[in-house]
Design a protein around this ligand. Structure first.
Ligand code: GMT
Length: 377
């Protein structure tokens, strides 16, 4: 199949999922065209059947806001015609589903019908999409999609609750390529980060308020009072500065490393003992799954789709959002002795296997095939 993938190219779960999906589909013989405003961060290898087409939005003094969806839909029209793309898969409803619908309509004028599949990722529904300023356009473009998927059951339920949806929504969970997290091949430089007796705790995100970054710092502060530890903070975003300030106030700056964005999270996870994901809301929590695939247990909030990923008392522990005291106690429970930690590490790896890429990607292929069949009928 010739498949056009539209996503956000930046660090962040939806772009990562779209990129990994495209790469896996290309290995399975499909021809993949990424259409976005920058080369996706995890898209390193372009080849015979992986292509990247950049969407350019020319600046013009009249525009206070650059009309990205207009440029995207025009690019989609051009690329569908030029490369004979058969189906579009857009990740994150805003504004991608809207732009895909416009492209579909424009192409119909030329006698071409291009179906599009929309995958809902989370904040396009829960935080941004349901805002009254966007809601009518988001509802419309979900309903006009030829097929809709959501990355967790919780996100599917949120979508049906928040919007007037006429379409079916199929759950296809996020996935993981376990081979990429096989640390027998990784140069694991634990000694550079911590001493022998220190445990390494990690958090990875875009440091938005929804990630409750200050809870991460407070939880770590409690943990390190009992267990010698270091905290690895990976990512960039608006909450980094307040987090650094809190570290100074608590006197733990020498124990917390802020890495900024990284393309080598497997190398950071390989020496991690525990992962923290304490978000206000989270449709899935791909970073937690990546941690588990590395054999790192997870302390998380019990919100959104996280309980579908992190199993209470097995791969880690879940607490109500903001319950830093309980989260700290649970973290200490996991880290307290080597036998317990080893058991949780093994469990985390086992839990991650449920989301093996090999089982999930065929579900997307089935959706594409069904959508194309429906269009021909
Ligand atoms: O978490 C973010 O703010 C980034 C966002 C994105 O679209 O990149 O992540 C969302 O999609 C991921 C991939 O499906 C999910 O794993 C994240 O849980 C989800 N984030 C939220 O729901 C807050």
């Amino acid at each position: 199949m010739k498949i056009g993938i539209v996503c956000y190219p930046t660090f962040g779960g939806s772009g990562v999922v779209a990129t990994e999906l495209g790469l896996e589909l290309s290995k399975r013989g499909h021809n993949i065209h990424f259409i976005t405003y920058n080369q996706p961060v995890r898209l390193e290898l372009l080849g015979n059947n992986v292509h990247y087409h950049e969407v350019n939005v020319p600046e013009y003094p009249l525009f206070h806001y650059q009309p990205y969806e207009l440029a995207l839909s025009s690019k989609l029209v051009d690329m569908v015609k030029l490369h004979k793309i058969e189906i579009l898969h857009v990740h994150y409803a805003i504004p991608h589903a809207y732009a895909a619908y416009m492209a579909q309509k424009m192409l119909q004028e030329d006698g071409i019908y291009i179906p599009f599949v929309t995958t809902l990722h989370g904040t396009d529904i829960t935080l941004v999409g349901s805002h009254p300023f966007y809601k009518p356009a988001v509802t419309f473009s979900i309903n006009k999609s030829n097929a809709v998927t959501a990355v967790s059951e919780s996100l599917r339920e949120d979508t049906l609750r928040l919007f007037d949806i006429k379409n079916d929504i199929k759950v296809i969970t996020n996935f993981i390529d376990l081979n990429k997290f096989d640390h027998t091949f990784t140069d694991c430089q634990r000694g550079m980060m911590a001493t022998e007796d220190e445990k390494i705790i990690t958090h990875i995100s875009n440091f938005r308020p929804v990630k409750r970054i200050l809870d991460i710092i407070k939880t770590f502060y409690n943990i390190q009072k009992t267990i010698p530890a270091k905290l690895m903070m990976v990512g960039e975003g608006p909450e980094r500065e307040p987090a650094e300030r809190l570290c100074r106030k608590l006197g733990i700056t020498d124990k917390v490393v802020f890495f900024g964005n990284s393309n080598e999270i497997d190398r950071i996870l390989c020496f991690s003992d525990l992962f923290l994901l304490l978000s206000e809301t989270e449709s899935f929590g791909l970073s937690a799954l990546e941690a588990m695939a590395s054999g790192v247990p997870v302390i998380s909030s019990n919100t959104g789709g996280i309980p579908e990923v992190n199993e209470q008392g097995f791969s880690g522990f879940l607490s109500e959002v903001g319950n830093v005291e309980e989260m700290s106690k649970n973290a200490i429970k996991i880290l307290q002795d080597e036998t317990t930690l080893k058991q949780f590490k093994n469990n985390a790896k086992e839990q991650a296997r449920k989301f093996d890429i090999a089982n999930i990607v065929p579900q997307y292929e089935a959706i594409y095939e069904e959508t194309l069949r429906n269009c021909k009928e």
